[in-house]
Design a protein around this ligand. Structure first.
Ligand SMILES: Nc1ncnc2c1ncn2[C@@H]1O[C@H](COP(=O)(O)OP(=O)(O)OP(=O)(O)O)[C@@H](O)[C@H]1O
Length: 321
């Protein structure tokens, strides 16, 4: 393992709670320095438990966690100086101003005053928070409070920033502003970002690496593009002028390619295809030869959501690296 490029290395991590629940079951993953890493999983998959172990709030039952070369079991205090964890509840004091909040935070981290001031100015500028300076913090929208909260945790200049569902409950605009902020954290400050999210689109658009976990174990880890390729199954989509036209073609098309009843959606037929381009050519020729009128035929790539559903579906035991 080349630790020069690795921010977090987790190996065979097990966490069993006192009540016997095994929340982490031999999980392994690697986060590279300076990347945005997203952790996805259904409710109860073990995301919070993992973050609690990585941030040293919980001791693992077995396995190892190395963060920037430090061992989470034996060097927890050192690790705490390297990381910041932004939980879902904000730690802003609404009685203080934006700058007072930031300076207060730097006091907690014992950052020298002059250095703290310079850092605060850089963060306010970088995250576009200047425009809010003249307003009381209590008047900020939920999205701005959340951005300010993250800025507070950047005051200690962490090497890794943990974000627990940073855009939960936000409208589209606030979510996009948050994505910009997270990208700047990586680009302008070189901080490694480890986040959990339930939004697949967010993980897809924002992350360098995605890891999907299920029952306390990783099921897949990779760059978004590779995860989408994982299914190796495009979909063939044929659009018709009306629902009736689609239905009448559906019955006859069953003799050409294998179709399930659920593949008929209103005025479209959408079906899984393993031999995508051969199927496309065959169906296209058949439609033309039989004089069937249709609006279009195309292959569509699986989305990250398709991959997530496939990998986290109950009773499916697919574990891959
Ligand atoms: N303190 C605890 N004591 C006992 N069991 C716990 C504790 N915390 C979590 N669990 C159990 O461990 C498992 C994993 O929970 P965890 O909260 O880590 O999952 P999660 O992926 O974060 O879920 P969510 O998305 O709902 O927050 C669940 O079965 C949960 O009930």
């Amino acid at each position: 393992m080349k630790y020069e490029t690795v921010a977090i290395h987790v190996e065979k991590l097990v966490k069993r709670y006192r009540n016997g629940v095994q929340a982490l079951d031999g999980l392994s993953l690697t986060v590279n320095k300076g990347e945005i890493f997203s952790l996805l999983g259904q409710n109860g998959a073990g995301k919070s438990t993992l973050i609690n172990v990585l941030t040293t709030y919980l001791r693992p039952t077995s396995g190892s966690v190395i963060i920037f070369g430090k061992d989470a079991c034996h060097e927890a205090t050192e690790i705490r100086t390297l990381i910041s964890w932004v939980a879902q509840r904000t730690s802003i004091d609404t009685r203080l101003s934006l700058t007072e909040n930031m300076m207060f935070q730097s006091n907690l981290y014992k950052v020298p005053k002059e250095e703290a001031k310079k850092r605060m100015e850089a963060l306010i500028f970088c995250f576009g928070l200047e425009q809010y300076l003249k307003y009381p913090v209590s008047s900020y929208s939920g999205g701005i409070k959340r951005r300010l909260d993250i800025a507070l945790y950047m005051m200690s200049n962490p090497k890794v920033l943990f974000l627990d569902e940073p855009t939960i409950g936000m409208d589209v605009q606030s979510r996009m502003a948050m994505w910009d902020m997270i990208r700047k954290i990586r680009e302008d400050f070189g901080t490694t970002v480890f986040l959990t999210t339930h939004y697949l689109e967010e993980a897809d658009r924002l992350s360098d690496t995605i890891c999907i976990i299920k029952n306390g174990k990783e099921v897949i880890q990779g760059i978004p593009h590779d995860l989408r390729e994982y299914l190796q199954q495009n979909k063939l989509k044929i659009s018709f002028g009306s629902k009736e036209e689609a239905k009448s073609c559906f019955g006859r098309l069953k003799n050409v390619i294998s179709l399930k009843e659920a593949d008929l959606y209103n005025d479209k037929i959408i079906t899984d295809s393993k031999n995508s381009y051969a199927d496309l050519e065959r169906v296209n020729r058949w439609l033309l030869d039989n004089g069937i009128s249709f609006l279009g035929i195309e292959m569509i790539q699986p989305t990250l959501e398709d991959v997530f559903i496939r990998l986290t579906r109950e009773n499916e035991r697919e574990v891959c690296q």
